[in-house]
Design a protein around this ligand. Structure first.
Ligand code: 26Q
Length: 807
């Protein structure tokens, strides 16, 4: 990397400010500085980007394509500077010019092209692929609107459109000459050729152009720049259409509906109603990406596609891109003239599938009729895959004959995408050990019986470069001071910190950093919300999408319990607590929105009650996104990971907070289990039902929520407060939650886990009182967090699924 000095940077900033922004520095705004900095980074990275691509081509290397409907990349200026080794110099240059670097980078609008964990995982994986020098690229959609922006008004969530492309997005490059045509609808005609083989022709299809926009993915100090290719839907114009004036307005009208395909990101609404536009998006992503992959393959391999599986592997991020299976079959058969068996062999060697959920109600299904009208040829192919699969079970697995209905890809006029993905891929992986075990033993047991070798685990990870080095520079420096900088390229070396876990001066430094981070967050909270929080209080954090299974409700019940206790006994001596929430609810998820309203209501009561004497504060930070996570995580003391056991596939926020020295308070679910295995029972607070117990209750009954309501005074008091309108201005405000718990028998076991949760919190408070015990726990967590670097995860994908070599 060319090492630029701060002086040189000051000079090029000054020049570019004139040539590109037409301004003198003295008149420049933060935004001007932002654009000039991104322009400098772009100048640096473009040659490496070109070189990387040429190199892959020249060596004809095997490549992985990560297909995902979501890439939650957040901001890129700081991470690109960091990976280029320019961050410190740039900060210095900006400061010399009298600018606050943080403010300059904050001018970037988050690329919010994802809902949550699944989308952020995709972004972390791209960072690790490039940083480990693997040839791997992302394929996604360039939504014009990302996930909605959340406002809280009178405690209610209000959704606003996220028009993130309002101002120029400096990281993307449009490649109009690489656009690809996609066909929807129309009719399929079948012809028998002389040799007896079949030929398929499509007529009257609607055509859409997929135009790629590439975003560079910069490896950490290694000259590698991979690509994230995002497809944008545009009208496919032919000259004759446009020349015809009568067609002109028809065109514009049509144009509008076509551009909708990449119009907005669908929120994960946990019911996933079969919306046709969402299906269009999925096919749009899949068809553009696969055609593009084949085109690139042919540029270097020319011959047939027989060797496609040697050069290409496609990882599909959940079932959302699972149409990749029939689409690849279609291209191989209809365009490349392969017979079924050969096409199937190729397809099932190329596609690998990652599952992210065990909630069976969340598995994706599409009405057959919708697929048939929108994608007639794919429907035929899916039908044939299903026929052959069912026949195979019938003939070769007589023990499963009475289960064909539960295994069939098409059943009850619905296409079951997870079943399609399992049958059509060579690898099926879960995202944490317990999750994969539940897939194998419960949720997908019969498929595991059929294909035992396909199933494997890849425990999720997070990029430690963004989630430690970048967001918590102070902690990073303290770490480097004692164990040297090797951990940055080998995060497992964080384990050496254990040698210092009794070293008082070191622990004092850790304490000081955490306190400074908490001061910074306290200031941010004050600026944003007007709430004054005590930076010496315990910062107890739950930040994630709002879902019943994640149980933000349990958390707020605990807060209400503490409040009630303090009201009864205002002089009680407790360690002050600040409860911090961040969560978006899907716009149509009524109960989730009620919980948001409840949290905000409790906040307004608790924060203003003089009896509480500032011992409790509740803060709901609106519009939780990647950038907000980056502010909160370094300041967390307690990481709330309290999902109903068996429900959270993995979680990744748990890893991010652990890496920043927070201590997990959680259930034995998802990756929490692996965190506990590493840090040991003394360095984590575990409570509540286990996954086996939860599943046992589901199958055999035996849990009656009302019994707990009747016997536990604390619980009854809280529920009655909800029911009798203690929290609202009028008495019906939280009846829905009350009824849901008591009349639907508390499906997520909030009441069942209430008491153990309270006990765990009491333990938290006791432990926090002894500063050095706490710091010791904190250091144990940081030290063991190296395992959760996505570098480890990607290493595992590369060696045991992708068979990929570093370049
Ligand atoms: C599907 C159909 C229609 C509209 C939206 C969707 C949709 C969109 C996003 C369904 C699901 C999602 C996102 C799921 C998700 O984020 N899952 C999380 O994945 C993480 C990474 O593996 C895990 O850590 C979390 O446990 C899991 O909940």
């Amino acid at each position: 990397m060319s090492k630029i000095t701060a002086e040189e940077l000051v000079e090029s900033i000054t020049n570019k400010m004139k040539t590109e922004r037409g301004k003198d520095l003295k008149d420049a705004s933060d935004k001007d500085l932002y654009y000039v900095i991104t322009s400098i980074v772009n100048d640096e990275l473009k040659p490496h980007w070109l070189e990387t691509e040429k190199n892959y081509k020249k060596r004809n290397v095997r490549q992985v394509y990560y297909l995902s409907m979501e890439f939650l990349v957040g901001r890129l200026a700081e991470s690109n500077l960091l990976n280029f080794g320019l961050l410190n110099t740039t900060n210095e240059a900006l400061e010399r010019l009298g600018f606050d670097p943080e403010k300059v980078y904050a001018e970037e609008h988050d690329a919010g092209l994802g809902n949550g964990g699944l989308g952020r995982l995709a972004a972390c994986f791209l960072d690790s692929l490039a940083s480990l020098r693997y040839p791997g690229h992302g394929c996604g959609i360039r939504y014009r609107y990302g996930l909605f922006e959340q406002r809280i008004i009178h405690g209610n969530q209000i959704e606003l459109p996220d028009y993130w492309l309002k101002e120029e997005y400096p990281w993307e490059t449009r490649k109009a000459d690489e656009a690809i045509k996609i066909h929807f609808g129309g009719q399929v005609h079948m012809f028998k050729k002389n040799d007896g083989s079949l030929e398929f022709k499509y007529e009257n299809t609607d055509q859409v152009m997929a135009v790629p926009y590439d975003i560079p993915i910069v490896g950490f100090e290694n000259q590698v720049v991979n690509s994230l290719r995002l497809w944008s839907a545009e009208l496919a114009t032919s000259d004759e259409d446009v020349a015809h004036t009568t067609q002109y307005y028809h065109h514009l009208d049509h144009n509008h509906s076509i551009e909708q395909i990449s119009g907005f990101l669908y929120p994960d609404d946990s019911s996933h109603e079969g919306k046709e536009l969402r299906l269009k998006q999925q096919y749009f992503l899949v068809s553009a990406s696969i055609q593009n992959i084949i085109k690139k393959y042919k540029e270097t391999n020319r011959k047939s596609l027989n060797h496609l599986p040697d050069k290409v592997v496609i990882q599909i991020n959940d079932t959302h891109p699972s149409l990749a299976i029939p689409e690849l079959m279609r291209i191989l058969m209809d365009e490349e003239h392969y017979g079924w068996e050969d096409a199937w062999k190729i397809t099932t060697k190329v596609i690998a599938y990652t599952n992210h959920t065990t909630l069976s109600e969340a598995l994706e299904k599409w009405p057959t009729a919708m697929i048939q009208s929108l994608l007639p040829r794919l429907h035929m192919i899916i039908d044939e895959i299903n026929e052959r699969f069912c026949k195979e079970i019938w003939l070769e697995y007589p023990e499963l004959r009475n289960k064909i209905h539960e295994l069939a890809i098409i059943a009850d006029n619905q296409v079951h995408m997870a079943r399609l993905a399992i049958v059509g891929s060579f690898s099926v992986n879960g995202v944490a050990r317990i999750h994969t075990e539940i897939l194998k033993k419960k949720e997908m047991k019969d498929f595991y019986h059929l294909f035992p070798n396909k199933f494997n685990n890849k425990t999720n990870g997070i990029t430690h470069r963004r989630w430690l080095l970048q967001v918590n520079p102070k902690l990073s420096d303290v770490i480097t001071d004692v164990i040297g900088p090797q951990w940055i390229s080998r995060p497992n070396q964080l384990i050496s910190l254990l040698r210092y876990s009794k070293d008082r001066p070191f622990l004092e430094k850790i304490d000081k950093v955490k306190h400074e981070n908490k001061q910074a967050l306290a200031k941010f909270i004050l600026d944003r919300t007007g709430i004054k929080v005590d930076d010496k209080s315990i910062f107890d954090v739950q930040i994630k999408r709002l879902h019943e299974y994640k149980r933000q409700l349990l958390n707020i019940f605990h807060v209400i319990y503490l409040y009630n206790e303090l009201k009864d006994n205002p002089n009680q001596d407790i360690t002050p607590r600040t409860f911090i929430f961040g969560a978006k609810a899907a716009p149509s998820y009524h109960l989730a929105k009620e919980v948001i309203k409840l949290i905000n209501k409790v906040a307004s009561i608790v924060n203003h009650d003089p009896d509480i004497k500032d011992k409790l504060k509740v803060v709901f930070l609106e519009n939780y996104n990647v950038s907000l996570a980056e502010k909160i995580i370094p300041a967390a003391d307690i990481s709330e990971q309290i999902s109903t056991a068996s429900k959270e596939a993995s979680g990744t926020g748990n890893m991010k907070m652990m890496m920043n020295g927070a201590i997990t308070l959680g259930t034995l679910d998802g990756a929490n289990i692996e965190i506990r295995d590493l840090v040991g029972d003394n360095n984590i607070f575990i409570f509540g039902l286990t996954a086996d117990e939860v599943l046992e209750y589901y199958h055999n009954g035996g849990y009656v929520a009302r019994d707990i309501y009747n016997t536990d005074d604390r619980v009854r008091r809280i529920l009655d407060q909800l029911n009798e309108g203690w929290f609202g201005t009028h008495d019906i405000e939280f009846k829905d939650i009350f009824y849901h718990i008591l009349y639907h028998n508390d499906p997520y076991f909030v009441l069942k886990d209430f008491d153990p949760y309270i006990v765990s919190h009491e333990l938290v408070e006791q432990s926090y009182r002894d500063k050095f015990t706490w710091l010791n726990m904190s250091v144990a967590n940081i030290a063991h967090s190296g395992k959760f670097s996505s570098d480890r995860t990607i290493q595992e994908y590369a060696s045991s699924i992708w068979n990929l070599n570093k370049v």
